[in-house]
Design a binder for this molecule. Structure first.
Ligand SMILES: Nc1ncnc2c1ncn2[C@@H]1O[C@H](COP(=O)(O)OP(=O)(O)OP(=O)(O)O)[C@@H](O)[C@H]1O
Ligand SMILES: [Mg+2]
Length: 283
């Protein structure tokens, strides 16, 4: 197809040889299938800020890291330079998150580069080599739903171990390739340690998964994996293979009266034995 204007700079740089077709046009970006030498890849062209929905921008802003304070001040003031910086921070956030997550072993498309507002990454494909479907478009059995849910919980844990929370995880931002789910769409990813909304975001992501898979496996509805994962993370106990139950202990666990009485009886017995031994020694 004719090269879209926004992709022209990448063609001139030799990063892309040919634009094959448009794959999708979403809220935040238009995605194309492109050819780079012998490889078929995916190019995500971010829309300008004015065309994007900023529904969650404020919440996300906090977790976003800016490299220097001049940039931060400019962004706060909303100067032209500031707006341009904010744009770049937004676009780079996705490629940064992809690099971090790919290194941590999370199943995400391999990132290649982000240039002039275009993210070049691996095209996730199905068994036939076509663009992979979204999770939302896949038929799931009860068994498959449980399997994918467990796989995705592991991915969420791996992400959090790498300090990242997706922030918009849903059946629309997960693709399914021959090996299972692949997580995409990360420009709003947040830094778990640096954000006051991290716990809320994580819980929402995890609840979205339970609700989606719950339509095929109702036992997942009401599970509390989000709270459980966050509690482990905060306690410094989260590891990639930490066992999860989906339940969290009540903050005030009921006292086991029987065990306490038993403890007291043992202590009394011990004390009686000690006194008896002392008296025997004195005898
Ligand atoms: N690496 C990829 N491989 C295959 N398909 C992809 C890839 N990245 C994106 N897509 C396709 O493009 C669609 C839009 O991508 P993405 O979700 O990243 O952008 P978006 O603008 O936020 O879209 P939306 O508003 O629909 O969430 C995806 O739902 C998916 O079908
Ligand atoms: Mg999306």
């Amino acid at each position: 197809m004719k090269t879209p204007k926004r992709i022209q700079p990448l063609v001139e740089e030799g990063l892309i040889d040919e634009v094959m077709r448009q794959l999708m046009s979403g809220k935040e970006a238009t995605v194309y299938v492109v050819r780079c030498g012998d490889d078929i890849r995916c190019a995500k062209v971010y829309k300008e800020a004015t065309q994007r929905s900023f529904h969650q921008a404020v919440a996300y802003q906090e977790g976003r890291r800016v490299k220097n304070s001049r940039q931060a001040r400019a962004m706060e003031k909303g100067t032209r330079y500031g707006r341009k910086m904010a744009e770049e921070v937004w676009q780079n956030a996705e490629v940064d998150a992809l690099y971090r997550l790919a290194a941590a072993g999370v199943r995400v498309p391999t990132p290649y580069t982000c240039f002039e507002g275009v993210l070049l990454m691996e095209l996730v494909t199905n068994a036939e080599g076509n663009a992979a479907p979204r999770l939302n478009d896949v038929e799931l059995s009860h068994e498959k739903a449980l399997e994918f849910h467990a796989m995705l919980l592991r991915e969420v844990v791996l992400m959090l171990c790498a300090g990242v929370i997706h922030g918009d995880l849903s059946e629309y931002n997960i693709l399914v390739d021959a090996h299972g789910p692949v997580i995409i769409d990360l420009p709003q990813a947040i830094d778990a340690a640096g954000s006051s909304v991290a716990a809320t975001m994580l819980e929402r992501d995890v609840t979205n998964l339970a609700n989606f898979f719950g339509a095929f496996a109702p036992e997942l509805i009401g599970s509390q994996y989000g709270k459980e994962i966050w509690a482990l993370y905060q306690a410094g106990l989260l590891t990639p293979d930490a066992p999860l139950t989906g339940r969290v202990a009540l903050p005030t666990a009921p006292v086991n009266v029987g065990a306490v009485i038993h403890e007291i009886a043992l202590a009394r017995q011990e004390e009686e034995d000690r006194i008896r031994a002392q008296m025997e020694m004195q005898d």
